[in-house]
Design a protein around this ligand. Structure first.
Ligand code: PMP
Ligand code: GLN
Length: 409
């Protein structure tokens, strides 16, 4: 039996997370607050700002994938999918893992389809951790990690990523492991920093996970969005596969973030444990979208190279604009996010700036401290994240608007 849960404390008690009067009655839900993505997208809509905050493309993905979804709807694929996902998509995920990484998985027992990576992460964490356990992540960390770890009752321990490359301090990483570490939750390529971790870092994580007998849950949703060295799935490293659950999703690769089709692969006994939890979260999801994403995963290599090349150009366009606006730019090697330091413009608090930026210049962005616990928030206090998965003309207009910022501060 788990001990009673500690009340949830938000990662950063930022203004938008301040609990409403009486929120204590709501338990953990009252303390989670509105996500920064929702907050900034709402603000962008209200002010008519260009939304470079929440990461979603402003163009649809491939026409053949859309056509496949419509055909599936027409063909009557409109009732519940099996809990673990339709076989066609499980087979396509297994084929994708083999084609790109040489990983082999039995689509019957080692692959499940989830409602986006978000559900895969939640189901995996809830399957393996509870009160008394520690979950180790890098910091900054994607926002749902902090929330789900808290909901599970486990303790969230972090190891810092350090500018300018946002690689971890390996000594701090080693020191963050304890005999209560049950899961190390990785994210590579990394949101929000855009870091792509080199093999040595990943290998070190695997060694430490083995030494401390813990599981690795790895979130690789940006696996195809890298601009230099290709993606290295943790599960391909020596000694990793037996203890690793790999999570990905269709949202980023195919530009259909609203379809919420994700997947998870790993050893049979681990996948079975996640499936048990997943049954009671959503049971299953998006039957016709699953069929369509099976089509997507089968697209030729040229498609995958094309998305990375296009994004790389967009990264460079926005980065140049951000530099011209006076920010220090940390060039990302993956994802569709670029981080800047606002300090050269005399700004000390990116949370405050992010809340004013839409009114000031008509652009929305996400402050990096919200992805941190208090010490990390202090370390990243002047950092701001911009999404560049937008049309070139939109990025150029955003850059032009940001160029006026220094005169308005
Ligand atoms: N993990 C990371 C690192 C993300 O950036 C996101 C957001 N796209 C997710 C998970 C959630 O993915 P999905 O939309 O497939 O649930
Ligand atoms: N992953 C997206 C981002 O980091 C947001 C997804 C969401 O709103 N939950 O911007």
């Amino acid at each position: 039996m788990h001990a009673p849960r500690e009340p949830f404390q938000p990662a950063v008690p930022a203004p938008w997370q301040r609990a409403a009067a009486g929120a204590n009655l709501l338990g953990p839900a009252g303390r989670l607050g509105v996500t920064i993505f929702e907050e900034m997208t709402t603000l962008a809509a209200k002010t008519g700002a260009i939304n470079l905050g929440q990461g979603f493309p402003d163009e649809d993905g491939p026409a053949e994938i859309k056509a496949a979804a419509m055909a599936a709807i027409d063909a009557g694929a409109n009732q519940y999918a099996p809990g673990k996902g339709i076989l066609e998509l499980r087979e396509a995920v297994a084929a994708h893992q083999e084609r790109f990484y040489g990983l082999t998985h039995d689509p019957q027992t080692e692959v499940i389809i989830t409602t986006g990576a978000t559900e895969g992460l939640a189901a995996a964490l809830l399957a393996f951790v509870g009160a008394g356990d520690e979950v180790l992540t890098f910091e900054p960390f994607y926002d749902s990690y902090g929330a789900v770890i808290a909901l599970s009752g486990a303790t969230h321990v972090t190891a810092p990523l350090l500018a300018p490359d946002f690689f971890p301090d390996l000594a701090a990483l080693e020191a963050a492991f304890t005999d209560r570490t049950r899961v190390v939750l990785l994210n590579n390529p990394h949101n929000p920093t855009g870091a792509v971790f080199p093999r040595e870092v990943l290998q070190r994580v695997v060694e430490l996970a083995r030494r401390h007998e813990c599981l690795i849950i790895t979130d690789e949703v940006y696996e195809h969005l890298t601009f230099g060295a290709g993606h290295i799935p943790v599960a391909t490293l020596p000694g990793a596969a037996e203890r690793t659950i790999t999570i990905s999703s269709a949202g980023k690769t195919f530009s259909f973030t609203g379809w919420k089709i994700g997947w998870l692969t790993g050893p049979e006994h681990l996948v079975a444990a996640v499936r048990t939890v997943k049954q009671f979260l959503t049971y299953s999801s998006g039957t016709p979208f699953q069929a369509a994403i099976a089509t997507g995963l089968g697209l030729p290599d040229a498609f995958y190279h094309g998305i990375a090349a296009t994004l790389r150009e967009k990264r460079d366009i926005l980065s140049q604009g951000l530099r011209a606006a006076g920010f220090d730019v940390f060039t990302p090697q993956g994802t569709y996010f670029v981080n800047v330091d606002t300090a050269p413009l005399g700004i000390r608090d990116s949370v405050d700036l992010a809340r004013r930026l839409p009114e000031l210049v008509g652009v929305a962005a996400i402050p990096v401290p919200v992805f941190c616990h208090p010490a990390g928030a202090e370390r990243t206090r002047s950092l701001l994240r911009f999404a560049f998965c937008k049309k070139v003309e939109v990025l150029e207009e955003a850059a032009a608007r940001l160029a006026t910022l220094s005169g308005k501060l």
